[in-house]
Design a protein around this ligand. Structure first.
Ligand SMILES: Cc1cc2nc3c(=O)[nH]c(=O)nc-3n(C[C@H](O)[C@H](O)[C@H](O)COP(=O)(O)O)c2cc1C
Length: 130
């Protein structure tokens, strides 16, 4: 079965979503999505079966500079949590801004086994003043 996802064309419209919700995802050490909560799934526009097993860049917005993700990975791989303001892209091509907090999941030997991403909406005033 071909499980690749066709990339949408970015639109200049924002996803209409419930900004009181917290969007959660859990990945393995490579950033493959293992779990997404209902709010994450809803905002992404994908079905759960389309997201699970996909690399997290499935919701990457082309406006996001690569260097942000390099910094992100360098930090979490060395067990340092960071907060990042990220523009994501839904299945429809619409965007949504979130502030993401990362949590490192380690086993009893201290070995990193995966990561959690917790996202909240970013108030519009912050984005327009960036
Ligand atoms: C827990 C976790 C959550 C992530 N959340 C996002 C996200 O919301 N949006 C995003 O574009 N990348 C996210 N990433 C980073 C992606 O794995 C990936 O590095 C990024 O989308 C850039 O894609 P690229 O590596 O193909 O350039 C997350 C990674 C981890 C480990």
């Amino acid at each position: 079965m071909d499980t690749r996802i066709t990339r949408p064309t970015p639109s200049d419209r924002e996803v209409d979503w419930n900004k009181t919700k917290v969007l959660l995802s859990k990945t393995d050490t490579k950033g493959t999505i293992l779990y997404a909560n209902e709010a994450f799934i809803d905002v992404s526009g994908y079905d759960e079966f389309e997201l699970i097993g996909q690399p997290h860049n499935v919701i990457r917005h082309p406006d996001m500079p690569k260097v942000i993700f390099k910094f992100l990975w360098d930090s979490i791989k060395s067990s340092q949590n960071i907060h990042a303001i990220i523009k994501n892209m839904s299945k429809t091509g619409r965007y949504y801004w979130v502030i993401t907090d990362f949590k490192i999941i380690s086993d009893s030997d201290g070995e990193i086994v995966g990561y959690f991403g917790t996202r909240k909406s970013v108030p519009e005033e912050i984005i327009v003043n960036l």
